[in-house]
Design a protein around this ligand. Structure first.
Ligand SMILES: NC(=O)c1ccc[n+]([C@@H]2O[C@H](COP(=O)([O-])OP(=O)(O)OC[C@H]3O[C@@H](n4cnc5c(N)ncnc54)[C@H](OP(=O)(O)O)[C@@H]3O)[C@@H](O)[C@H]2O)c1
Length: 316
């Protein structure tokens, strides 16, 4: 049982500009204060920094905190040959050390190559790590709906992490129903479209050189879909202005965007990133909002279909 608004710990690790350790820890503590019991991270976020901060948090809190981490992105190139028992064992040991634990709660393969989903032997290796007590459960983080559908054919895949937000609606078409049938948990990642769905960005907003919203705007470093959900910046801002008209009085854009995700029962949790406690507190309050109206849901769908879908629907 995880909090429906949980916490994504990429930005406090790296690739989002500088986040001082003090702010990162305060953001994590705020999440727990607001009832978050689940945190998503990865071995590569700040080369272990994100995992180590979570270990610090766990030392300072009594509450149960479930941590999902990821493995696979330490490979220099994403090829199926890299997913060996030896590599997986060494990534798992690094995460165990960083997180200061004996067992990983949930290990996700971190957007592996599509071919991996037709390699049951890799999942058999993960089963061995479960039996050995190194990991409690495993799942996958995927780029495409097709990968998600294939992933859940492997019987012990417990969770799928996928981009799902007002700008990425395709997972709801077919995948959510299948995942529910198989009782697979869904982590909705990039729920704020890298901050665009907070409504704060402007045509002239700038980002630090080490922020992926600067250096990966066109997919230079990793899948372009991870940055603003792959939506052209100007077009995204236009769509945001249309969504802004739907906000109930007293509801922020971030909260509306997160509440939209929670309208889909198949979603176990959304994992918004947050760099400061104020952001985290605001995001967690999305849980307290009443359901969005059918009219608002229909409008978000219309905006998506008219503006966003031609750029993203066929790609992810
Ligand atoms: N391949 C993968 O598996 C993968 C890829 C991407 C993400 N993820 C996971 O998904 C999580 C969430 O995705 P994400 O972090 O990429 O994007 P996101 O959650 O859509 O956006 C997070 C960013 O939006 C801004 N923000 C958040 N709340 C705000 C608020 N209330 N008001 C104003 N600004 C706010 C912050 O950045 P600024 O303040 O700098 O604007 C924050 O870092 C990640 O942390 C990570 O755990 C996994």
């Amino acid at each position: 049982m995880v909090s429906e608004i949980s916490f994504g710990a990429w930005a406090i690790g790296g690739a989002w500009g500088q986040v001082p350790e003090k702010d990162a820890l305060a953001a994590l503590h705020q999440a727990v204060d607001a009832g978050v019991n689940f945190i998503d991270t990865a071995d590569v976020y700040g080369d272990g920094r994100s995992e180590r901060l979570i270990a610090d948090l766990k030392r300072e809190r009594k509450e149960e905190i479930i941590v999902a981490t990821k493995a696979g992105r330490r490979l220099p190139r994403q090829t199926i040959e890299g997913y060996t028992r030896e590599n997986l064992a060494s990534w798992i040991e690094d995460s165990l050390r960083n997180l200061a634990t004996d067992t990983l709660d949930l290990l996700q393969l971190h957007c592996p190559p599509t071919e991996l989903y037709s390699r049951p032997e890799v999942f058999a290796i993960l089963d061995d790590f479960v039996r050995a007590g190194k990991i409690r459960y495993y799942g996958v983080s995927v780029e495409k709906v097709e990968e998600a559908l294939r992933a859940i054919e492997h019987p012990n895949v417990q969770t799928v992490q996928i981009i799902f937000n007002c700008f990425r609606q395709r997972p709801a078409d077919l995948f959510f129903a299948r995942a529910r049938q198989r009782q697979v948990g869904i982590l909705a990642r990039v729920p704020l479209a890298s901050g665009m769905l907070t409504g704060k960005l402007r045509p002239d907003s700038t980002f630090a050189a080490d922020d992926h919203r600067n250096f990966n705007r066109h997919g230079e470093a990793f899948d372009v879909g991870e940055t603003f959900s792959g939506v052209d910046y100007r077009l995204g801002l236009e769509a945001v202005e249309e969504i802004r008209r739907l906000l109930p009085v007293g509801t922020s854009m971030s909260q509306f965007a997160l509440r939209w995700i929670l309208m889909f029962d198949a979603v176990s949790c959304a994992i918004p990133g947050g760099k400061r406690p104020e952001q985290v507190a605001e995001n967690c309050r999305a849980s307290d909002l009443p359901p969005l109206t059918p009219e608002a849901m229909a409008e978000v769908e219309r905006i998506y279909k008219q503006k966003i879908s031609p750029q993203v629907h066929h790609r992810w």
